[in-house]
Design a protein around this ligand. Sequence first.
Ligand code: SAH
Length: 281
Amino acid sequence: MNQRPRFPARLPPSEPADNARGRSAFSNSGTVQTARAQPVRLGVGPVRSRAPLTPAAMQNIPASTGLGLDSSAVRARMVSQLAAQGIQDPLVLQAMGRVERHRFVESALANQAYEDTSLPIGLGQTISKPNVVARMIELLRQGASGRLGRVLEIGTGCGYQAAVLSHVATEVYSIERLRGLHEKAKGHLLPFRLPNVHLIFGDGMQGFPKGAPYAGIISAAGGDDVPASWMAQLAEGGRLVAPTVTASGQQALVVIHKTSQGFERQILEAVHFVPLKSGIA
Ligand code: SAH
């Protein structure tokens, strides 16, 4: 039996939670410090797992996301929507079903956590909507049957995508340039005890050479071009997925596949990500 509190246990039906009224649970009072040379390892215990989603379980999902539903049921409904939207990779769907997205956003937003919407995470940054997270990870894993090898994520943000990645890759290195968010992600991820997630505070424009070569590199922030360091740190056969400004001047998802012959580049759908910035803050 699931012993966790019902979801979302602490939200009253119509009143926003305390921290919704202009007072953020997040503060960025830290001073700028130099980049951490060593990644933070987040846990030593086994990955906590939930029962796998079965097709039967997915069909019994209530239509309403009203209060009082257990979060696993709401998540299962989100997963069935993702599948209906075209996400096919079973490992990606399973991972999306496992990670409790509501634990990565402020409690005032928890009741929107399983809707297909992006949400603010503090310091002017946002967490992508579930469909975009799933789509990008599916693109990253294209052609892979089991888990991917080492993956580098640029832009840890609140840590949600790193948690999803931890279920589809052997190791996840995730780098964030804003110390406040790096710390926040650490706090979010700690209770999940994910020993294969390594958080780094630093400028992801340089990639993270210590973990290279990577089977996959995924960026949660969009630049004018894909930095050469990322291409260099990609393993042969690896894939890179990044929102990038293309020739049309619009941001689109760019997928780069490194082969023995060189790089194959695909430009996919238009997207709207926060900017990739240099330096730490
Ligand atoms: N994957 C995140 C989404 C975060 S939004 C999540 O699941 O919450 C994108 C993040 O990229 C922001 O936190 C932003 O600060 C970060 N970012 C932008 N440029 C960066 C850079 N050069 N290096 C590291 N992080 C960067």
